[in-house]
Ligand binder design. Structure first.
Ligand code: PEP
Ligand code: MG
Length: 624
């Protein structure tokens, strides 16, 4: 009733009029930048999944209710473990062992006696509910992980929260709705974070793509998204409030972009690119069994880079000649202790066997700097970790750790063409020390009667300017070089490879980097040893002509990048590539080199591909 009506009670009270709908003002387009973790483009209606629900209210337990609460805790844990095991076996069928193993680890953590004991202590001591005890313990654990500087370990917080939700669901008897329950038709999903098991449950037919505020390149969520071929971008920072108001979105998993409420022109260009991309991939599939031979007959070797044993299958699928870089530190990163010799041996043999006779280069531990295992953290506090005790230096200072790995590698060598590569070699003395340790371990194994391969190639990564400058000396003693451009750029240009704000300086196209690479190639050629590139640019079409023209005819890359690089190689002549390299090596700035490379790529691509050639190489934005 308005004051007017109150004064004239005879007048019927007017109901406030239903306000007319405000005119729909379309939100303006907004582009957000994150980390590309699963390639492809998704366009569709957007749905924001609510972030984690409110914290649990504290429910005090009466002294005589404690026994019942402890019992409830046990029943909840058992049920949650059963649920995690069921999820594991379903993932094993749908996705394969690598992904199922993630869920197996979840099941194991649910059954961890420490979790149960800690929760029991809290219930007894603080008289709180089982839900509350579990939540406090796991939330503290997740927060601790998140605070670590190592992105891999920080990403494990998502796994811990996943476990927490599972247990709370069982304790409360309420099953949290699965992500898929929120969806109607095909949708683009936005969330604060998605746990690995939520991701594993996604139906690629209905989830066109997803983007999250949290997350990093090494998260299990990212790995699973790629396996399901769902385009994904993570690590966008806070954007859900804005996304809640958007109707339509584009997720560009190649460039790490999210476009909210795209305008008609942007939509059209992405739609066109999607059609072209699909056609291109179809055409590329036919290349798998063909050689990467230039039009004038030069054969280029294309190899795979892997981090997990299960990726060996993709190397076979995309026609890699073998694995030229197996980053073994990933075996150590998600562990609470270093893997045993037997565990490592089994992982290496698994890769060797799945490559069916193709060679594999096992890189020894490259831990330290941004790749720290949890058990390394204590007492590891260096002012400049990237210049500190990392990689081969760390292995040499920890002979027990190093010898254990070398024993596992050498034992695996009995099963196939295994080669050994030392990372971050800086001086000749360092290489000699590492090789002599390897020889020592080989002699030890032979004395024990353990079978190992007769002759094992031993090479080094050239990723420090000192090694590039000394390449002519090193080439006399090593069996091969592999240029690790990711680190070589970082150390040549004094730019932290993980610092996004310096991405414009971090460039493989910098003339200083190119000159160092040329020195390495010259030294390798003069001493007749193979030289390859295993840094990110090895799989970047933008750099392919430059590398070939510089004499780098062995490239290694994540397996799914092989077809595109192969297609480009099959459409060019080596003399074309040489002309590009000669020109590039005379230029003064990275900008000039990049312009040249873009032009060269455009002219090398078939007409229909030119418009979709990416304007910026992933390697220019961030190294892996
Ligand atoms: C490199 O530095 O180029 C390289 C391949 O090693 P990582 O990226 O693992 O440091
Ligand atoms: Mg490196």
């Amino acid at each position: 009733m308005t004051p007017q009506d109150a004064r004239n009670p005879s007048r019927p009270a007017a109901l406030p009029a239903v306000p007319s709908e405000p005119p729909v003002t379309p939100m303006s387009m907004q582009t957000l930048y994150g980390i590309a973790v699963s390639p492809g483009v998704a366009i569709g209606p957007a749905l924001v999944l609510d972030p984690r629900g409110p914290r649990l209210p504290i429910r005090a337990i009466a002294p005589d209710g404690i026994a019942a609460e402890l019992d409830r805790l046990d029943r909840g844990l058992v049920a949650a473990r059963g649920e995690a095991e069921a999820a594991e076996s379903s993932a094993r069928q749908r996705l394969g062992p690598e992904y199922a193993d993630i869920l197996a680890a979840h099941a194991q953590m649910v059954g961890d006696p420490t979790l149960r004991n800690n929760a029991r202590t809290r219930i007894e001591r603080e008289r709180i509910s089982a839900e509350h005890a579990v939540s406090e313990i796991l939330e503290a654990h997740a927060a601790r992980l998140e605070s670590l500087s190592d992105p891999y370990l920080a990403a494990r917080a998502a796994d811990v929260r996943d476990i927490e939700r599972r247990i709370l669901g069982q304790l409360s008897g309420k099953h949290r709705p699965a992500v898929m329950d929120h969806l109607g038709g095909p949708t683009v999903i936005f969330a604060h974070d998605l746990s690995p098991s939520e991701t594993a449950d996604l139906d690629p037919q209905r989830v066109l793509g997803f983007a999250t505020e949290a997350g990093g390149r090494a998260s299990h969520t990212a790995i699973v998204a790629e396996a399901l071929e769902i385009p994904a971008v993570v690590g966008l920072g806070r954007f859900l409030d804005r996304a809640r108001q958007s109707r339509q979105a584009i997720i560009d998993g190649d460039e790490g972009l999210v476009v909210l409420d795209p305008d008609a022109e942007t939509l059209e260009s992405y739609r066109r690119a999607a059609v072209e991309r699909a056609a291109r991939f179809k055409a590329l599939a036919g290349l798998t069994s063909l050689p990467a031979r230039t039009l004038d007959g030069t054969l280029v070797e294309l190899w795979g880079n892997i981090e997990f044993p299960a990726e060996a299958a993709a190397c076979n699928e995309f026609g890699a000649l073998g694995v030229a870089l197996y980053r073994t530190e990933f075996l150590y990163l998600n562990q609470t202790r270093p893997p045993s010799e037997q565990e490592q041996f089994e992982a290496y043999v698994k890769v060797v066997k799945s490559l069916g006779g193709h060679p594999i280069t096992i890189r020894t531990l490259d831990l330290g700097a941004d790749k720290l295992a949890s058990y390394q953290k204590a007492g590891y506090d260096e002012p400049n970790p990237a210049l500190g005790l990392r990689s081969l230096r760390l292995s040499l200072r920890n002979p027990v750790l190093f010898r254990t790995q070398l024993r596992a590698i050498l034992r695996a060598s009995a099963f196939g063409d295994v080669r050994v590569m030392f990372p971050l070699v800086t001086t000749l003395a360092e290489f000699r020390e590492a090789r002599s340790l390897l020889e020592d371990v080989a002699a030890e194994l032979r004395a024990e009667g353990v079978a190992i391969r007769d002759k094992i190639s031993v090479g080094i990564m050239v990723e420090v300017p000192a090694a590039a400058i000394m390449a002519d000396q090193l080439a006399k003693e090593v069996d091969f070089f592999s240029i690790g451009t990711n680190d070589l750029i970082q150390y040549t240009l004094a730019v932290d490879r993980t610092n996004e704000s310096l991405a414009d300086i971090y460039s493989a196209a910098d003339p200083a980097v190119l000159r160092l690479m040329a020195m390495v190639v010259d030294a390798a050629q003069a001493h007749g040893i193979p030289v390859s590139v295993c840094g990110t640019i090895g799989g970047e079409p933008l750099y392919t002509m430059l590398l070939l023209g510089m004499g780098l005819l062995q490239l290694s890359m994540p397996p799914h990048q092989l077809p595109e690089v192969k297609q480009l190689i099959r459409g060019i002549r080596l003399e074309q590539a040489r002309a590009v390299a000669q020109k590039a090596l005379r230029l003064e700035t990275s900008t000039a080199v990049l312009e040249l490379l873009h032009e060269a790529l455009q002219s090398a691509l078939p007409e229909e591909r030119r418009t979709v050639a990416r304007s910026k190489s992933r390697g220019e934005i961030k190294a892996s």
